[in-house]
Design a protein around this ligand. Sequence first.
Ligand SMILES: NC(=O)c1ccc[n+]([C@@H]2O[C@H](COP(=O)([O-])OP(=O)(O)OC[C@H]3O[C@@H](n4cnc5c(N)ncnc54)[C@H](O)[C@@H]3O)[C@@H](O)[C@H]2O)c1
Ligand SMILES: [Zn+2]
Ligand SMILES: [Zn+2]
Length: 381
Amino acid sequence: MEGNIFMTDIRTESTSVTSRALLFDGVDTKPYVKELSVRAPGAGEVLVKMTATGVCHSDLHVINGDWPYPYRLMLGHEGAGIVESVGADVSDLAPGDQVVLSWFAPCMNCPSCHEGKSWLCQGSGAFVDGLPDGTTPLAADDGKEVRPYLGVGAFSEYTLVPRPAAVKIPNAVPPEVAALIGCSIATGVGAVGNTADVRAGQTAVVVGCGGVGQALIMGLKLVGARQIIAVDLSDDRLDIARGFGATDVLKGDDPDLAKKIKDLSGGGTDFAFDAIGLTSTSAALTGYLKQGGAAVYVGMPPRDAEATIRPWEIIVTGQRILGCNYGSTRPAVDFPKIAELYLAGLLPLDEMVGERIGLDAAAEAIEDLKSSIGRRKIVVY
Ligand SMILES: NC(=O)c1ccc[n+]([C@@H]2O[C@H](COP(=O)([O-])OP(=O)(O)OC[C@H]3O[C@@H](n4cnc5c(N)ncnc54)[C@H](O)[C@@H]3O)[C@@H](O)[C@H]2O)c1
Ligand SMILES: [Zn+2]
Ligand SMILES: [Zn+2]
């Protein structure tokens, strides 16, 4: 059908679909599954039939109330699916294509996007948990507003996103892996390759070895880091970290943690990544570094959290503190690149995939992140 002048009509659906989705009404309530309606894609939009959604700690931050929201959310942001239909002017995606969803869809029209730094976009629909024009494509029969978390809302059988949020990757990538590329993997691998620009032979410590920490370790191994010190409170997570390439493991509650890191690394590491976002872990990060090293904040704190640093020490040691939003990735460029690295056997992404669960078990799985045991749970549809 390529080139057929009727192709646009054939590919465009005009009716909405019903979808079971995980909704959240706000702090002190529990997420619940409810059927809602997702409208048909208009110009510049894509309707996606979800295949897999990872359970990420950012969903836990939401239900914990770390980042309060004034409206009802359709939860989930680490997802992938198959294009169901596209808006009339979308010519570079077709039904049947596998897409990874980007939870920070760039507007492509702000100064950061013009500079090619779409991870710093100032006009993303992610800021309003909706489409770039501020509206929501979702409707529930109770009449109450419901908005897709970060403009994605991936815990749902269907979702509707703007074109830049749907990134095509080869259908040969399994859905579970595709879903993880949408958050933890892009963030961890991107933090190493883009934000920090780690080079072969350098050293790093990774604090927090959940999904994001595991992706950091994989990224560090990929670029040839010679020492990767993994830190976690959970022995299970430290075992997993070793499997991904950690050369040394340490307990996060060890009172001599900084000294042990300095001893193991001969005076401090080139990089220290925080992948849990506690005030205490963020503040401690520069204490693990050598002269000129860089601390990379990846784990997210509550919005109003404050941590103390010692500016004098930063100055005299020439250290740097780097903020990492979404692995400083440009989804359209980096997601397919990550998929190709996986298909070439250079990133063992299958090993991040844990238990596959149904949508009805998603709320419990988000809570269960607190146990810090096992690999990433993934909702499959
Ligand atoms: N910057 C970004 O763009 C971005 C993207 C995705 C996720 N995140 C954030 O990254 C963080 C991690 O997400 P995740 O899904 O990997 O979480 P996770 O729940 O899978 O893993 C967190 C890990 O941190 C460990 N931990 C807890 N307290 C610790 C301590 N004091 N010392 C050492 N380890 C400790 C836990 O045992 C667990 O293994 C979250 O804050 C999440 O919101 C940030
Ligand atoms: Zn996430
Ligand atoms: Zn932008």
